[in-house]
Design a protein around this ligand. Sequence first.
Ligand code: BTN
Length: 262
Amino acid sequence: IQEGLCTSRVGTRIIFLHETSSTNDLAKELAALGSPEGTVVLAEAQTKGRGRLGREWVSPKGGLYFSVILRPRLAANETAKLVFAAGLAVVEALDQLYCLKAETKWPNDVLVNGRKVCGILSETSIKNKLADFVVVGFGVNANFSVKKTLPEPLWENATSLLAELGRKIELDALLKKVLERLEKLYGLSLKSGFSPVLKEWKNHATFLGGYVEVRSGNECFSGLALDIEEDGSLAVKLEDGRVEHVFAGDVSLRRKSNKAFK
Ligand code: BTN
């Protein structure tokens, strides 16, 4: 895999397993033991793949599952914004390799034709108010049919690269491209702050300006998705005109007319 990988730190060490519980869990263990920045843990399948908010990430063979250890010198509350670099890296990789136009969806999904093709799980370990390490895990539905492989509740909102491209892809090539894009965007985030990456991420965020339903903790409300703020929160305009800022939660797109909000 490392052959022809054009990076200087991301992917300089790659650990490959046919199967593991969760690449994020293994990467966190290795990071805690001192594994260097850029270490990648890659698995063909996961038996306990984890998604955001404690959900399961079903990880059959044919998908691309990997986690990257990063050691940014950032305050703990800044590291959440790395998901924008991660999501954008996937969007750029899909475009560059397959001319596939993907969309970003807050906070950390990548969609194709409105359905989720990739999820990202970023987990930070903190030491003295600073990030000790961040593990960014990517799960891409690649070479399998959603209906034949994933449980029925996921069928409506999930897609795979196989379905979108009509052919299987080379997983190693996609991994390399995502790692290369990630290194660029991570470097840019550290050098220039998150604004340039967030700006580009928003260029692919077709949900912005649309009507969304938000679930955040025990709260559920709907409104117009206005913007992503510099702090990474999603600004939503409610029917009464107030603007809510959401820091963690889930967004689903609603098919209601936006007219009421204009
Ligand atoms: C989500 O959309 O909820 C995030 C899904 C993240 C899945 C990836 S697969 C590789 C890495 N290992 C895990 O256990 N989770 C992430």
